[in-house]
Design a protein. Structure first.
Length: 117
């Protein structure tokens, strides 16, 4: 079994998360639809309610944009291994610390040879 394959516990956790997420999403979408329908009715039949249409359209477009970004990130595998950036940062830090130690040792060795002359 390779390291990339999810374990049984991870697979079960993903299933439970999905099962809990779907009802919340469906209820949220239903009530959003109800409120949006009420907004459309107010905008069409009440002249004073039409002022609210522009901000709502802006919020919908911004929300759709964020949804597109989330989909793009998911399709490009940006949530596949969320631990990798942490490991890369630590590896880079170790490499830079080693380079710094080597440079300091070379400077120290250079000063020691100058003192002997």
């Amino acid at each position: 079994m390779s390291n990339d394959e999810p374990t049984r516990g991870e697979s079960k956790m993903a299933s439970v998360t999905t099962l809990l997420f779907l009802p919340v999403l469906l209820v949220t979408c239903f009530f959003f639809g109800v409120k949006f329908y009420e907004l459309v009715r107010v905008a069409r039949f009440d002249p004073e309610g039409a002022f609210a249409v522009t901000p709502i359209i802006n919020y919908l477009l911004a929300g759709f944009g964020f949804l597109c970004l989330l989909g793009w990130a998911t399709l490009n595998g940006m949530f596949h291994d969320v631990e990798q950036p942490k490991r890369t940062m630590l590896e880079n830090e170790e490499r830079l610390d080693a380079l710094e130690r080597e440079r300091a040792e070379r400077e120290r060795a250079g000063r020691d040879t100058k003192g002997l002359r």
